[in-house]
Design a protein around this ligand. Structure first.
Ligand code: HEC
Length: 162
């Protein structure tokens, strides 16, 4: 029963996320163009947080390339046309670089999703529990987050701290 609830929750989140993606994507270019100089300094502010430890980002990047890049792309850019489901109804690997909806999910939700994958629920994401340690998953999430635009990271912080 719990598992079914989890599946429902994940699918609902994925569905509800896809609705407001367009507005997010439209906002991003303006934000990054307008605040370029500010972005630099806030970046270093963010980088000073323990979340962005240099060693974590480096090891997370390596692990991502070894395990995740074949589907999500070397720069976590996802698959072209990822918003449209495949003919079999499955989702294509979405971008994780801040242009999709990964930042709508707290670290706990993301960790669970990576540990359990979605294959068992008819999705296309393999399970990583038992293959990657908690620390490795944590480092991968950190590397992915280091690619996000500042706005996405800030919004994620609010969601994560709820
Ligand atoms: C075989 C292809 C494949 C591999 C390898 C893969 N994924 Fe995925 N991933 C997917 C698909 C497909 C989805 C879309 C969800 C679904 O199918 O249910 C997804 C979804 C996700 C999501 C949710 C994104 C969102 O917008 O909510 C995250 C986070 C994620 N993957 C992280 C990872 C990480 C980290 C790795 C490596 C450890 C990885 N994936 C490896 C195929 C893959």
């Amino acid at each position: 029963m719990k598992r079914i609830l989890f599946i429902l929750l994940v699918s609902l989140t994925l569905v509800s996320c896809s609705k407001d993606e367009t507005s997010t994507t439209q906002k991003q270019p303006t934000a990054s163009v307008a605040v370029e100089p500010v972005k630099q300094s806030s970046r270093s502010e963010l980088a000073s947080q323990s979340d962005f430890e240099f060693s974590k980002v480096v090891s997370g990047g390596k692990l991502f390339k070894q395990n995740c890049a074949e589907c999500h792309g070397v720069n976590a850019q996802g698959t072209p046309g990822w918003r449209k489901r495949k003919p079999d109804g499955k989702l294509k690997p979405p971008p994780l670089n801040g242009t999709g909806h990964m930042w709508h999910h707290s670290r706990a939700v993301l960790t669970n999703l990576i540990i359990n994958g979605t294959l068992s629920q008819g999705g296309g994401m393999p399970a990583w529990g038992g293959k990657l340690t908690q620390q490795e998953i944590d480092a991968i999430i950190t590397w992915i987050q280091s690619k996000w635009p500042e706005e996405a990271y800030k919004s994620w912080l609010e969601i994560n701290n709820r």
